[in-house]
Design a protein around this ligand. Structure first.
Ligand SMILES: Cc1cc2nc3c(=O)[nH]c(=O)nc-3n(C[C@H](O)[C@H](O)[C@H](O)COP(=O)(O)O)c2cc1C
Length: 371
């Protein structure tokens, strides 16, 4: 089957970002995903990339981050790009339109995106229904949010847990989107404690008690990081996703869209999100599986996330710039980097101290690893 992505890509790049995204989803719904990758994407993963976490067998550690398939329209087509897992959402209990357009901006110069989508969502009913009907074979996480006009965040997340537990493999409480007013305040110690206790109770009472993760923002003070780590450990959540998009703008961005309000993702987010990841690994003393996300564009960066303490990684923005073939490239490179450093599997490299690294040190140094 020919890989037509190199032909499609220039067309997509000329369209407005949200139009290009809508068109991509439609093409995937129409079953055209198999024309967007080559045969390598359909080969089984090297066994050394496999890992068992939360009782789930991940064939490889590279996942699709939330936001690409918010309404669970094409999880299976996305898995067939070679992802080890796919996270759908953020889905809110009731449908809502999100913010006015334009709300999605490509920063070509930086290979970054600024978005202020604002949880545009078809709602839980539609997403759960789709997941029930589609025959998906891989691991699917459901990322849960609250409605913008809801005054009871706990009730919204609880509803998400109750209804998505039937169809998900893991659940994510997203309290870090910068585009829903007040949402990130739920990351503060007292708010987080009062949110997580009832949600974990609801989760435990469910007929299918699923792993429950919390997704955090990159823009956190040292005190907020410590608070989140201690609440996460004490409450007994199953993992953290580090991180969402940033309201900050690193110096030196030249794209005219850098000044748009919203969350920044892609290349310029790598350093901050990886430093936060390393911090959260240290603060949780390696006791909590972490998913590292933010600015992964290559195998070397995925490897750095593992070294910084991630058990799994996710990406979104790099897929927009490099296309689906990137997933295969990252997996291949990751296996090589692991092998070069004498690891026999992914889990061994998670948070492994720098002394263990010999042969891949050049690649890692090139990507500016935190100490
Ligand atoms: C257009 C867009 C929409 C997003 N929507 C969501 C979302 O609904 N929920 C969420 O948790 N993260 C969302 N994200 C954040 C990503 O999941 C990810 O955390 C972030 O983009 C950093 O990864 P990246 O640099 O690989 O893109 C979105 C990102 C983008 C670019």
């Amino acid at each position: 089957m020919p890989n037509l992505y190199p032909l499609i890509r220039p067309v997509l790049r000329r369209l407005a970002p949200e139009t290009a995204h809508a068109l991509t989803l439609r093409a995937l719904e129409a079953g055209l995903g198999r024309f967007m990758t080559d045969r390598a994407a359909r080969q089984p993963d090297p066994p050394m990339l496999a890992q068992r976490l939360w009782g789930l067998d991940f064939p490889n550690p590279v996942g699709l981050a939330a936001g690409f398939d918010k309404d669970a329209r094409v999880p299976e087509a996305l898995r067939s790009f070679g992802f080890g897992f796919v996270e759908i959402g953020t889905v809110t209990p009731r449908p809502q339109p999100g913010n006015p357009k334009p709300r999605l901006f490509r920063l070509e110069e930086e290979q970054a995106i600024v978005n202020r989508m604002g949880f545009n969502s078809g709602g839980l009913d539609a997403a759960v229904d789709r997941l029930e009907r589609c025959r998906h074979t891989g691991i699917v996480g459901v990322n849960l949010g609250k409605n913008r006009d809801s005054s009871d965040a706990i009730a919204d997340y609880a509803e998400g847990i109750r209804r998505a537990s039937r169809v998900a493999d893991y659940l994510v409480v997203n309290i870090s989107s910068p585009n829903t007013p007040g949402l990130r305040d739920l990351q503060r110690r007292a708010a987080l404690q009062s949110l997580l206790a009832p949600l974990l109770r609801d989760r435990d009472e469910n007929r299918r008690p699923l792993p429950l993760l919390v997704k955090i923002a990159p823009d956190l003070t040292a005190e907020e990081r410590e608070d989140i780590a201690s609440v996460a450990l004490a409450a007994g959540i199953d993992g953290l996703i580090v991180s969402n998009t940033s309201v900050g703008r690193p110096e030196g961005l030249v794209s005219p869209y850098a000044i748009e309000s919203g969350g920044l993702s892609g290349r310029p987010l790598f350093a901050a999100s990886t430093a936060l990841l390393a911090d959260m690994y240290r603060l949780t003393r390696g006791k909590l599986p972490l998913i590292g996300v933010g600015g992964v564009t290559s195998a070397a960066e995925a490897y750095q996330k593992l070294r910084a303490g991630a058990s799994l990684v996710q990406l979104y923005t790099a897929l927009v710039f490099a296309g689906p073939g990137l997933v295969t490239d990252i997996k291949k490179g990751l296996a090589e980097l692991l092998r070069a450093d004498g690891f026999t599997g992914v889990a061994e490299a998670v948070g492994a101290p720098a002394a263990r690294f010999r042969n891949s040190s050049e690649a890692v140094a090139a990507a500016d690893l935190p100490p």
